[in-house]
Ligand binder design. Structure first.
Ligand SMILES: NC(=O)c1ccc[n+]([C@@H]2O[C@H](COP(=O)([O-])OP(=O)(O)OC[C@H]3O[C@@H](n4cnc5c(N)ncnc54)[C@H](O)[C@@H]3O)[C@@H](O)[C@H]2O)c1
Length: 360
């Protein structure tokens, strides 16, 4: 057996290709196995991807019998829980695709499994690897804004509703809130240092998804295509969060951080029907402050880069496993946003403010 890092892939659909492409660029990694529940899909995938040395399986549990340093979990949301828990219990480190889970309880069990196994559970949020996200965090955490008391974030696609497993309540858990909202939430919360949420008041709708003029699978559309939420945090911080897979509007506005000493406005990059949300990169950053009594707006130059963010996230996982570092984007941190999404759904359904249920 070589002394390379031994990696397995669970789920061989669309996003698995990005994981394979990233691993292939690392000379110290070998992909030793792939698994998919659809009989022989993994074998076909291995062949198409040129993974001549990789064994293929029709069950993730068969794959997990191999000696592996880590697995990428690339299944639909509904299978994140079972595959993650089984992988951790089998002693494998896990890089899990977003969003974390269908239900909050599943997320709790997944982080518990990570703790008990001593193995890594890290989440695949590639926007974190945009250097401009790190710049935002540096600015906000420098204290330059003073006490940050209000944050507004989210965004919307003019049109951009997926289908298949993404629109099934049972298989996806939530719609736009989980699919693209998880990125906005992570951007804002990571910038702020993941404060503790207390309550959520939310509204959701699916006027586009349930209308066959806009969606070919309208009769199967069970999740929200729009959501807005007011989230209260400890220390009198409030976040207004809005997200849309489809709308008659070009943008839901910029992200803003209002502080007692300065404010920060951030716009997403990109144009077109799928732009305007934080699954992409940063367009502009502006600091609003008073200088000698004058209202001043200072553009903060964004960092130009040609990084492939998908590669970055997979490489960070592989390096963390190789070097024995902690999880780059740990499960117990992302559980906080899973708890917010859970609160959004409960609040929207009950039409009232609810407490965010965070495990101790
Ligand atoms: N990070 C990103 O930008 C990004 C982009 C797209 C999708 N995703 C996420 O990746 C996940 C997969 O999305 P996709 O578009 O690749 O889906 P997909 O349907 O193309 O592929 C998923 C594959 O997993 C297989 N599968 C289902 N249950 C399984 C199990 N228990 N064991 C093994 N295989 C199983 C399916 O048969 C399918 O082949 C979703 O959670 C999605 O949210 C992330």
């Amino acid at each position: 057996m070589s002394n390379k890092l031994r990696i397995g892939i669970i789920g061989t659909g669309g996003i698995a290709k990005a994981h394979i492409s990233a691993y292939k660029k690392l000379p110290y990694v070998e992909i030793v196995g792939v698994a998919d529940v659809i009989p022989s899909k993994a074998a076909t995938f291995a062949e198409t991807e040129g993974l001549t040395e990789a064994a293929s399986f029709d069950s993730h549990n068969e794959l997990l019998k191999l000696e592996l340093d880590g697995v990428s979990i690339c299944t639909p949301n509904v299978s994140h829980h079972i595959t993650t828990v089984d992988a951790l219990r089998a002693g494998k480190n896990v890089l899990l695709e977003k969003p974390m889970s269908v239900t909050l309880q599943e997320g709790i069990e997944m982080t518990q499994a990570a703790k008990e196994s001593g193995k890594m559970l890290t989440l695949g949020f590639q926007p974190r690897y945009d250097p401009n996200m790190k710049l935002l965090q540096t600015i906000v955490q420098s204290g330059r804004l003073g006490n940050v008391y209000y944050v507004e974030t989210g965004g919307g696609r003019r049109r951009g509703m997926p289908g298949g497993t993404f629109i099934s309540k049972k298989l996806a858990g939530a719609g736009a809130m989980a699919d693209i909202g998880c990125y906005s939430l992570d951007m804002a919360l990571n910038t702020l240092g993941y404060p503790r949420p207390l309550t959520v008041s939310a509204f959701t709708s699916n006027h586009f998804g349930s209308n066959n003029i806009y969606h070919p699978e309208a009769s199967n559309f069970e999740v929200e295509d729009f959501g807005v939420a007011m989230v209260r945090f400890e220390n009198d911080l409030v976040l207004q969060f809005k997200i849309s897979w489809a709308m008659h509007m070009d943008t839901l506005g910029a992200t803003m951080f209002l502080g007692t000493d300065a404010g920060l406005k951030v716009t997403p990059a990109g144009i077109g029907p799928w732009s305007g949300v934080w699954d992409g990169s940063v367009g502009s950053i502006t600091l609003f402050h008073d200088e000698f009594g004058a209202h001043t707006a200072t553009p903060i130059p964004t960092i130009e880069h040609k990084l492939n963010l998908f590669d970055q996230k997979v490489h960070d996982f592989a390096e963390a496993v190789r070097d024995g570092r902690p999880a780059p984007i740990p499960g117990d941190q992302i559980l906080i946003q899973q708890a917010i999404i859970d609160g959004v759904l409960r609040s929207a359904e009950s039409r009232r403010e609810v407490s965010v249920e965070l495990p101790q």
